[in-house]
Design a binder for this molecule. Structure first.
Ligand SMILES: Cc1ncc(COP(=O)(O)O)c(C=O)c1O
Length: 372
């Protein structure tokens, strides 16, 4: 072993358990059932050109500095206003990406004596952020009864600390939706509710706005929504929506907002035109979603809750074999293994830009593989 291969043993162990990952350039001809560009907006040249045209009118194109120095640009502000108005929140703040947004929310809002209750399947960025705060308890996935029991225990021991609950709208691997009861519990126990809507904004709800929209929840001052631009919005970046008070506090306390360059102006402009597109075309998009859901039901007899369809394989080698076979047939598909999930899954994204006929073909193939 080379003495400079400092991590050789660990890498060897990862390889042995079929958990080794590598980034690769995928063939463009593959039909993409793997990425999170749910609505296919990342392929829409029209939106790209529109964003480019809008940004061309400005006299500078780089964010230059932190939002809190002089990096805040009218484009950021315009997008924040559209986001806040559309989603029914008082205020918005744009932020570099969802990873930073989770760090900001958790590191910024959970102060000493406070407690964070976090779903055990919350995204890795939020889990990493829990290491930055004193008091954290995870609860069983999507299990509001378990959460309530834990809140009661906390209240019995400590009368003063704030309670902060963190959930995802749609879970990134299971594709399942957090129940409405979390909002009811947050209200009952006067808790702040953080909803990571990376996979729900643009995908669920009558207006495709995500979790609060899906459950018809009227936005209250204890509600916080984090959304990303890198998924249904076909761009890159993120935002946080909350009350004036919370956004002001984050601007003053969240290190991942204060000590980082403001979000890319082009990406924010692209997110802005994507949101306009979603608002304008929601009826058409909803129809396309319903059609894909129907195809899954017809072939696999499963009803997906979102545009993420997880198919449990529970065998790392097998999931990789199926993925390879699918690649040979022209399909790109996620083969997700530990530590991201406990049991290996095929993660099929029901992307709206892919013709239903192709989805049909893919699912028939998978169905056949599942019999083996
Ligand atoms: C649930 C969830 N939250 C946050 C993130 C991080 O967002 P970003 O990619 O914008 O950093 C992701 C994935 O990327 C995610 O799946």
């Amino acid at each position: 072993m080379d003495k400079y291969d400092y991590y050789a043993k660990e890498l060897e162990a990862i390889k042995k358990s079929n958990r080794f990952r590598t980034r690769k350039l995928y063939n463009n001809d593959l039909i993409d059932f793997a990425s999170n560009d749910y609505l296919g907006l990342g392929n829409k040249k029209k939106l790209f050109k529109k964003a480019y045209k809008l940004l061309q009118k400005e006299n500078h194109f780089a964010p230059k500095s932190s939002l809190l120095v002089n990096g805040y640009h009218p484009i950021h502000q315009k997008f924040e206003k559209l986001l806040a108005n559309t989603n029914g929140f008082e205020k918005a703040i744009v932020i570099g990406n969802g990873f930073l947004a989770n760090i900001s929310l958790i590191e910024g809002l959970v102060r000493k004596k406070d407690i964070l209750f976090i779903d055990e399947e919350y995204h890795a960025s939020g889990m990493l952020a829990t290491k930055l705060v004193d008091n954290v308890t995870s609860f069983l996935h999507n299990n509001y009864a378990d959460l309530e029991e834990k809140i009661k225990n906390f209240r019995e021991m400590n009368k003063n600390g704030r309670i902060i609950i963190a959930i995802e709208g749609v879970y990134s691997m299971g594709g399942d939706i957090a129940p409405k009861e979390f909002a009811l519990l947050a209200e009952q126990y006067n808790a702040l509710l953080i909803v990571d809507e990376a996979h729900s904004s643009g995908v669920i709800g009558d207006n495709l706005l995500g979790w609060y929209d899906y459950h018809n929840i009227k936005i209250q001052p204890n509600h916080i929504k984090m959304g990303t631009l890198g998924k249904a919005y076909g761009s890159y970046g993120a935002y946080i929506l909350a009350s004036n008070h919370i956004i002001t506090f984050l601007e003053n306390r969240a290190k991942a907002i204060i000590y980082t360059t403001a979000p890319s102006l082009f990406d924010v402009t692209l997110g802005y035109v994507a949101l306009q597109y979603i608002i304008k075309h929601k009826a058409k998009l909803l129809k396309k979603i319903a059609l894909r859901t129907q195809i899954v039901e017809d072939i696999l007899d499963i009803t997906p809750s979102s545009l993420i369809l997880p198919i449990i394989i529970n065998d790392n080698q097998k999931v990789l074999n199926i993925q390879t076979k699918l690649t040979h047939r022209g399909f790109a598909i996620g083969a997700i293994r530990q530590p991201t999930v406990q049991k290996a899954i095929l993660r099929v994204i029901l992307k709206l830009d892919i013709k239903p006929k192709k989805l049909h073909k893919l699912l028939l193939f998978i169905k056949n593989e599942l019999k083996n």
